[in-house]
Design a protein around this ligand. Structure first.
Ligand code: GLA
Length: 379
């Protein structure tokens, strides 16, 4: 039985400006929520059944939260796990998980590394909470949604995506220390344009090297801790220690660790550059980050490398890099605001997706995090 009128929750996607594969190493990230979003129109009910229809495919799912109350009984291996998993994690954190009838829509592309999964989790959290802010604070709901993904869906992501979707701030990127969870907005220079170019290589992180990279980072941290017991994660490692530990780490783990250690430094360098309005300096850091992801972390693919090269060579572009987990997905391009249209046109003309089509390239704006469409979140 419907409990209230219809409400709409919107949950944005995100791009990560810099700080890739650092979140699960206790490091630094600099994402922003973007103006591409998942929308969930819903009417709360007084039972524990979610009846949700995807307006893009017409697919309808009826999710009995009572039957799918734990990861052991509830996982189905499809998109409904994000909804059922969020209900499980919210309830476990002391929140509500109430039924609703809903319609999912929006313009956030799937499988392009833009956090459509986290957007679905955050949108579900609001709908399951009947449109009230889920849990007591935003970090608690962020952590619950991450837990849904880690333990219910079964994907060992860090906190980056759920954090960006929950905490987005219009006009700003977000600097997060993934160890202390301290964060602050970093205003983006007015003269900067951020473009998102889709490589056309869709990614399924679960089938990619993501989990393996995570294990490699853990192995590197353990090897470093054997030399210096103060190292709890790669966040604690310094370049000198990596140098000393070269033989113990071996070639592969040395490269993995070097990416994480240097990427944390690049996040701080990017923040300094943005705060000084120095786009060329920020662009150089973007370029170095991509090279590190490609050469040390082996998280890129040739099509994405090509897209980065094409974008970086366009006049008005300061730098370009893979954004998100990698193994396909999208590239973020930092350009002069006045050049955005020309840059987008030049990338479309200069890069063809593996299927031979023009890539999707769009300018994105930093926007607010998930919440009811009619009212700002957590005011
Ligand atoms: C994916 C994961 C994040 C993060 C990035 C890489 O998006 O979901 O937690 O690890 O990859 O930076």
């Amino acid at each position: 039985m419907p409990l209230s009128g219809q409400q709409i929750v919107r949950a944005p996607g995100r791009i990560n400006l810099i700080g890739e594969h650092t979140d699960y190493n206790g490091g630094l990230v600099l994402p922003m929520a973007i103006d591409l979003e998942t929308r969930l129109e819903f009417t709360s009910t007084d039972d524990r059944v979610v009846d949700v229809t995807r307006t893009d495919t017409g697919e309808r799912a009826v999710i009995d939260l009572g039957q799918r109350a734990t990861p052991a009984t509830g996982r189905r291996g499809d998109w409904t796990d994000y909804v059922a998993g969020t209900a499980w994690a919210l309830a476990d954190a002391g929140g509500w998980a109430r039924g609703f009838v809903g319609w999912l829509s929006g313009n956030l592309p799937l499988a392009q590394g833009l956090s459509s999964s986290a957007a679905l989790e955050l949108a579900s959290a609001w709908a399951l909470s009947a449109g009230e802010p889920p849990l007591t604070d935003r970090m608690a709901v962020t952590l619950a949604c991450q837990r849904a993904e880690n333990e219910f869906v079964g994907f060992p992501c860090g906190i980056l995506d759920q954090f960006a979707v929950a905490f987005g701030v219009r006009g700003a990127a977000l600097l997060l220390d993934c160890r202390s969870l301290e964060h602050r907005p970093v205003a983006l220079p007015a003269g900067a344009a951020l473009l998102l170019a889709e490589s056309g290589v869709t990614r399924q992180l679960r089938d990619s090297g993501y989990e393996q990279r995570r294990r490699e980072c853990e192995a590197a941290a353990a090897a470093l801790a054997a030399i210096d017991p103060s190292v709890g994660s790669l966040r604690d490692a310094r370049p000198e220690l990596l140098e000393r530990a070269r033989d113990r780490l071996g070639e592969l783990l040395s490269r993995r660790a070097r990416h994480v250690v240097t990427e944390n430094e690049r996040v701080l360098a990017a923040v300094r550059a943005f705060e000084a309005d120095d786009l060329p300096a920020a662009g150089r850091v973007f370029v170095a980050s991509h090279a590190s992801l490609r050469d040390d972390f082996d998280a890129s693919v040739p099509a994405v490398d090509r897209l980065v090269e094409v974008a970086a060579a366009v006049p008005g572009v300061h730098g370009a890099r893979l954004t998100g987990g990698g193994f396909g997905g999208a590239v973020v391009v930092l350009a002069d605001a006045g050049a955005a249209d020309l840059v987008a046109g030049a990338i479309r003309a200069g890069y063809a997706t593996p299927s031979g089509h023009e890539p999707v390239v769009r300018q994105v704006q930093a926007c607010d995090g998930a919440g009811l469409a009619a009212a700002p979140a957590w005011t």
